[in-house]
Design a protein around this ligand. Sequence first.
Ligand SMILES: [Cu+2]
Length: 122
Amino acid sequence: MKTYSTIAFGLALSAALTGCGKQGEAPKAEEKAAMADDAGTKAMPNETKHGAGTATVTAVDSTKGQVTLDHGAIAELEWPAMTMGFAAKPELLKGIKVGDKVAFELDWDGKAGTITKLDKAP
Ligand SMILES: [Cu+2]
């Protein structure tokens, strides 16, 4: 049974590592939910998930195609609110500046997020 507990630990560890952001503020309950889910339906490593949220822009580099968002909770991805960086096509970042309130959508591949839609909030 040693093998089984090693596998279980590995799964738990990989689930913990796939959480977004590095601020250590993810609630435990959400981590547990993510782990349980990873053991079942989310076993495919390259599954891309889509989410949507609102945020305040804290950094933007339209040349490199990068934006940092202080975003609210994203239910689709089981994310709490946090600040994190995303890739974004330069054209999506046109006219976007630090301090802007935005509504956005993203694709998350389990490691990195790519903005697919970004609009200034009305
Ligand atoms: Cu995040």
